[in-house]
Design a protein around this ligand. Sequence first.
Ligand code: HEC
Length: 230
Amino acid sequence: MKFNKLLIAVGILAMFSTAHTAIANEGVALKHAEISVTDQAQIRRGLTVFTDVCMGCHSATYVTYKDLMDYPEIALTREAVDELRGDHALTEGMRTDLSAEDAKSSYGKVPPDLSVIVNARNGGANYVYSVLTGFEHDPKGRIPDGNYNEYFPGHRIAMPDPLAWLDHEPADTAQLEKDAQDVAAFLAFATDPHQNQRRVIGFWVMGFLLLLTLVLWRLKVEVWKDVKKH
Ligand code: HEC
């Protein structure tokens, strides 16, 4: 294969590998979440939504209290972490106080651990954002209010509308959407906490490879120039 063809092939492959689909189950197009996994302020706001609201039912056991200090994307102070963790050890994951049995008897289902939910679901952060702002009245009138969700597969969801989205005042829409996006940003970061570091390393590796390619190409030209003379 010619060098340019190879380059084009690599380029096309790279494009495919970074393309994301935003289509949920059953073909419902998800809402687009405005999030950034490098935006410390947003991730911190999302953490607050998570601890104030979601942790009433959900855990994120892969995120330890120590992580909240150590990851530069969050970097809480020791005091702030101590306040959050109470009696829990620094090295413990963030666990809800709701037992699986109580969850089951109250909601009929055990709320899933959210540590890696963004990687585990089609649509990732867009899915989380859409579900949180997807509580509607069932257009067919079958599923009771509070259990109908536009974006949840099958539409019947056991989670009680955590941000009180259904029938909220129009004046609150912006704030609720912001809370939903912020917590989606926190979960998108938590699902792969080394993603930013890896991107930086990847950038330098690509730069190095490009440079190496140039050097080797020049070298090849140089060497063959001499060979052809004889
Ligand atoms: C009162 C308990 C409760 C609270 C509070 C709560 N959830 Fe849930 N959540 C549930 C239950 C129960 C389910 C399982 C729903 C199902 O499978 O039908 C669930 C499911 C989910 C799902 C769907 C997972 C999947 O399987 O696709 C996501 C995403 C989610 N919750 C995110 C959140 C976020 C983010 C918050 C905080 C803003 C939150 N939840 C607050 C109880 C809760």
